[in-house]
Design a protein around this ligand. Sequence first.
Ligand SMILES: CC(C)(COP(=O)(O)OP(=O)(O)OC[C@H]1O[C@@H](n2cnc3c(N)ncnc32)[C@H](O)[C@@H]1OP(=O)(O)O)[C@@H](O)C(=O)NCCC(=O)NCCSC(=O)CCCC(=O)O
Ligand SMILES: Cc1cc2nc3c(=O)[nH]c(=O)nc-3n(C[C@H](O)[C@H](O)[C@H](O)COP(=O)(O)OP(=O)(O)OC[C@H]3O[C@@H](n4cnc5c(N)ncnc54)[C@H](O)[C@@H]3O)c2cc1C
Length: 662
Amino acid sequence: LAAMNPDICRERENATFNTETLTNMLDGSAEKTRRRREIESLVINDPDFQHDDPNFMSRSERYDAAVKKSSQMIMKLRDYGISDPEEIYFYKRCVHRGFSEPLDLHLGMFLTTLLNQASPTQLDTFFTPAWNLEIVGTYAQTELGHGTHIRKLETTATYDPSTQEFVLNCPTVSSIKWWPGGLGKTSNHAIVLAQLYTLGKCHGLHAFIVPIRCMKTHQPLPGVTVGDIGPKFGFEEVDNGYLKLENVRIPRENMLMKYAQVEPDGSYLKPPSDKLTYGTMVFIRAMIVGESARALSKSCTIAIRYSAVRHQSELRPGEPEPQILDYQAQQYKLFPLLAAAYAFTFVGQYMSDTYHRITGHINQGDFSQLPELHALAAGLKAFTTWTANAGIEVCRMACGGHGYLCCSGLPDIYVTFTPTCTYEGENTVMMLQTARFLVKCYRQAREGQQLSGTVSYLNEQQRLQPQPVSSRPTVVNINDLASLVEAYKLRAAKLVEVAAKSLQGELQRSISQEDAWNNSSIELVRASDAHCHYVVVELFAAKLSEISDTAVHSVLNTLALLYALHGITLNSGDFLQAGLLSVPQLSQITQRIKALLVEIRPNAVALVDSFDYNDEMLNSVLGRYDGNVYESMFEWAKRSPLNRTEVHESYYKYMKPLRSKL
Ligand SMILES: CC(C)(COP(=O)(O)OP(=O)(O)OC[C@H]1O[C@@H](n2cnc3c(N)ncnc32)[C@H](O)[C@@H]1OP(=O)(O)O)[C@@H](O)C(=O)NCCC(=O)NCCSC(=O)CCCC(=O)O
Ligand SMILES: Cc1cc2nc3c(=O)[nH]c(=O)nc-3n(C[C@H](O)[C@H](O)[C@H](O)COP(=O)(O)OP(=O)(O)OC[C@H]3O[C@@H](n4cnc5c(N)ncnc54)[C@H](O)[C@@H]3O)c2cc1C
């Protein structure tokens, strides 16, 4: 075993807090950390789950290996008796080393949609076979022609009372289902979102369970055309698919009927809210917030550990080359992202808790908090994925040339993560959904209604009217987190007002609501962004009050300040325009940020160690815990398929004959 790299050892000795304490806090408790590690080691020490480097495999081999692992995983989860959803998730994440896999849609959306939208009788019929993987399903909503605007989806489900069946059709090319994960080759069922027609009337989008492949032979059923949509930017393990349905008949009982219903004679019973069909999307959006934290914390782990062992250039003439982590510019790239990774971890926990709390109420028949849940999940999904997406690239480039190698792990993190900005609701579209809610709340507050929850700040609109800077004694205290939270709140209030006024102004030019909305999109997206930014800063600050360990508290407080101040510098125009900040304060903030970078420097490696990514999970030669990067890069390169022979066959086929001809 090679010795630990001395630079990275020194980093760990210099930390001012106990890594394990922080890891326990991130997991929820010491017991939870123990259990997570136990589950991870079950996978890592399992010979069936030895991980061949996918970079040296073809797409078909990667799909094959992923299906093999998933099948074994299901057996082993049974054998070990792991049934807690969180524990299943740890196990699964470790089995697939963070890659997406063909059963993702079955586990994440097919089962979830059944649980939330099937009637009790339907659950009896479908859930157990689906849980036992006899039924393997996907969530088939998006079509070639429409992903965002789902009201315009064209697939139809027409009720035939004479046989008590629905007849499904994709009548046009643009109505072919396109994208669903696991649809191409893996699934034998799909939850298909289709326009419901009964007794000659269209009732909009509803969910149907459609068998697509024979349960015995796995051949496509009559009327079903199904396949893989081809190679993508990433997601190579996943058979995202197409599906064309032609006069496919399913029993009446296959429409999910917990809320809306079609009776045997074809009469239609309305759901209590027509947005309940969209529930699974809200769930996944809420979960994606935590994924943003993971993608960013992994990338920071790689870039910061590597920056601690990499030496380059001269800082002072004649002295040894410094660790690149000692360059202020390097710290300025990485530490704000590290702070964001922590912020998003806490926001992810909050979003998951909030989802479960409000879904609990919905299951009791109380739908009152659904609009806020939707607005929050949509906005935070967009806000955190945008930041993490850009941040992964910053981390990769901060590793110089070696970041471009697949063995750095960063390209895979990027291509796996970047579609979160698009799927489950395109980010701009999601921001506009949040804005719709914010503008509505703003108007309600204006009319004197008392708002609660994350938008309660809009109640204070009168008090919030920004005054000229000169008439205020102090604007914001840049050393005080509570004061920064307040500034973010005021900025959000201001930008919501700007957006609402833009709408109002447009309407006064007597154009339609819809055109006014389109002409105000820039302001609307910015309002949502500011609202989400406020929520994130607020939650980070709130988290600090829960931390009892003083050393951990101190280092997280530094990170929270950095997160808040860095966000102000990125959006300084807003804060200046709103009169929340003075010009001299801007340069004070830069000075303060520099001081915070210096404070964080000795703890940087310990802060990424606390995320506790096992080397097997991180899958990065640059991010190795022991810091021995060059040796393992050289070993990895030797395994490149091009190196299987000393002389490649192309030499004999092309170069050698060419030489004799010239
Ligand atoms: C953009 C919208 C939201 C627009 O919907 P619409 O019905 O036309 O709505 P509107 O007229 O703008 O608003 C009407 C109203 O509906 C509300 N609403 C909208 N969505 C929800 C929701 N989920 N929960 C609760 N409420 C919702 C809106 O807030 C509006 O409310 P309001 O009228 O203002 O009171 C919708 O079409 C949509 O959600 N599009 C995005 C599609 C999407 O997310 N697809 C995901 C496919 S699955 C996938 O990508 C899986 C990948 C996973 C993987 O591979 O791992
Ligand atoms: C890897 C991957 C996996 C997927 N898995 C699934 C799956 O399992 N099941 C499934 O059903 N779908 C799946 N999808 C599809 C995905 O949900 C859609 O691609 C997504 O919802 C975006 O819709 P779109 O492709 O129609 O984009 P478009 O809506 O065409 O977006 C294109 C551009 O138009 C803009 N735009 C659109 N509407 C508006 C508006 N109202 N206002 C302002 N701007 C607008 C967008 O901001 C964007 O810039 C997957 C997609 C990917 C990439």
